[in-house]
Design a protein around this ligand. Structure first.
Ligand code: ACM
Length: 558
């Protein structure tokens, strides 16, 4: 090698070395509120003492869980220490969002400042997320180097509610499958799991006072199932009994709580109730008629007889029994797609309609919603409804306003959200349709099987503005959050659920956390590509569009 060659070799080596130490990729989704990065990295030492000051027992337990996980995944011996530490956690001295944190990583260690255990949890989630993917996936890979980028992060969410809804009525998912999703939600700082437990096609929660809800209502005599590769078909076999016992509900709620996720149950009423009416026809508008747990999708007219005090009592009893299982305040009672035809033909409903001087049968629903809201209030809960409660033709919006309902707006999403905000009601945005779909069960492209036309792709969803640009500033505080909603009429297997939901769910996590002006689609896609390791190790499929797929065989349409 001559001198020039030596020089070139030396410069190249220097460049490589420099690239290794400079600007380690910050793989953080959702992208933080504020962040600066410096040259270099912090290599985690084998012994990893952590000091925590000025925070309570819960915070200490949070750190102990983190230390155990770090040890299991990396082999690094993390423990609490009173003396010198590589990670110091203190109470923030300045005002900070309850879910926020300040995280400083310098060449010799880590400082965290928080005001709550949830803020601490998110700081620790960020640390895990910036390490190699096996750490967030909870998979042991000792013996490799674990390093963090040198960052100074001040973080807090844009919205309080960052949710995922799963419909377990049309198809049932086991508690293990739900826990797997809860872990993923926590990785991306999502904090509400909306559990759609009942619908026309199956009642999926044990109610001790009304055992037929599950002995009858959790079984349908045929099923429209879907194979991720071959599409949908009738099984021509009964589907069920599938439901969660109250013990299983408690287990999921407790598991979610450890991940700082609140479970919002949804018990649909007064519509989407065919499974319940098949179990207890006496509470329907036609007690002597035929009532079935539905096999196909659609909207059943078999609704609750809201003019029958015993039927209303039945609805209240169910809520009374379930309320203590869910420590969160929000209780969703559906209220979407409620046809009034059965009420129009029922003598009791006609009489009530007349007696109350109503001008539309939808007002029977408004009246019922207010009564249920009052009942939920006595149980320490706040009512949540879909937007039809205010957007249905003829609905009495004043009664819903008096119910102090939180409105989940899906269709028409923007009009429903605006109406709710104008009524002074909180809004969660989960838009259906072609303008940036948060219904993440819909086909992302033409190769998918499922609902929709195949145009609901990741970018469309990512670029959607949950708060439309023309929203007056005084209405903006009513926008409480965003939700990825997953319906299962055409999805019966966990792998299909994952394929359609991911990574769109992470896009919604980012919409919920990151300020609009910090969002960038190509940056997001690059981070999702980085996350393929995490997803593969955590056992998730994901949609191949935009990501060069490296998981299990991607589905192909045959
Ligand atoms: C809904 O999609 N029916 C809320």
């Amino acid at each position: 090698m001559n001198h020039r060659c030596y020089l070139r070799f030396f410069l190249l080596a220097l460049l490589c070395l420099n690239q290794q130490t400079f600007a380690q990729v910050v793989n953080l989704t959702p992208w933080p509120l504020e962040m600066t990065q410096e040259q270099g990295q912090f290599v985690l030492p084998q012994r990893f003492p952590i000091k925590i000051k000025g925070l309570d027992e819960n915070a200490r337990n949070e750190v102990l869980r983190f230390a155990t996980e770090l040890n299991q995944t990396t082999g690094i011996k993390a423990s609490l220490s009173q003396r010198k530490a590589v990670m110091t956690i203190t109470r923030a001295q300045t005002a900070m969002d309850d879910e926020g944190y300040r995280l400083t990583i310098h060449p010799k260690g880590i400082n965290i400042e928080v005001t709550t255990t949830t803020g601490l949890f998110y700081a620790l989630q960020s640390i895990k997320k910036m390490l190699p993917g096996n750490v967030a996936a909870g998979v042991s890979q000792p013996g490799q180097t674990y390093a963090l980028p040198l960052v100074n992060i001040l973080d807090a969410p844009r919205f309080h509610y960052r949710g995922f809804m799963l419909d377990v009525s049309r198809h049932f998912f086991t508690t293990d499958e739900i826990k797997k999703f809860l872990r993923l939600m926590a990785t991306y700082k999502m904090n509400y799991f909306h559990w759609h437990l009942t619908d026309d096609q199956g009642w999926r929660v044990e109610i001790k006072k009304y055992p037929k809800l599950t002995s009858v209502g959790s079984i349908r005599n045929n099923s429209w199932n879907t194979d991720i590769n071959k599409g949908s078909y009738y099984t021509n076999k009964p589907y069920g009994p599938y439901f969660y016992t109250q013990e299983e509900i408690r287990d999921i709620v407790a598991y979610a709580a450890q991940l700082h996720i609140t479970v919002v149950p949804e018990i649909e009423m007064p519509g989407h109730l065919a499974a319940a009416m098949a179990s207890y026809p006496e509470y329907s508008c036609n007690p002597n008629g035929k009532h079935n747990v539905w096999v196909d999708g659609g909207i059943s007219t078999d609704v609750l007889n809201v003019a029958n005090p015993k039927a209303v009592e039945f609805a209240k009893d169910i809520l009374t029994e379930l309320a203590p299982l869910f420590p969160g305040e929000m209780f969703h009672v559906g209220g979407d797609e409620t046809p009034t035809t059965a009420w129009e033909h029922n003598a009791e409903c006609q009489a009530l309609y007349k007696a109350e001087g109503m001008t539309s049968y939808s007002q029977l629903q408004s009246r019922f919603t207010k009564e249920i809201a009052q009942h939920l209030k006595t149980l320490g809960k706040r009512i949540v409804v879909w937007n039809e409660a205010i957007t249905a033709k003829g609905a009495d919006t004043q009664l819903v306003k008096e119910s102090e309902a939180t409105v989940f707006s899906w269709n028409p999403c923007q009009r429903g959200a605006r109406m709710a905000a104008e009524l002074g009601l909180k809004v969660v945005v989960s838009n259906w349709g072609k303008d940036g779909c948060y219904y993440i069960n819909r086909r992302a492209n033409s190769k998918d099987f499922g609902a929709g036309t195949g145009g609901d792709n990741l970018q469309l969803m990512y670029d959607y503005l949950p708060v439309p640009a023309n929203t007056p500033s005084e209405l903006q505080p009513y926008f409480y959050g965003v939700q990825g909603t997953f319906w299962c009429e055409h999805v019966s297997e966990p792998e299909h659920l994952e394929h359609l939901a991911l990574p769109r769910l992470m896009g919604i996590a980012e919409a919920g956390w990151t300020p609009q002006n910090r969002k960038d689609f190509s940056h997001f896609v690059n981070r999702m590509k980085e996350d393929r390791t995490y997803l593969r190790l955590a056992g998730f499929r994901y949609h191949p569009q935009y990501l060069d797929y490296d998981g299990p065989e991607p589905p192909t349409k045959k």
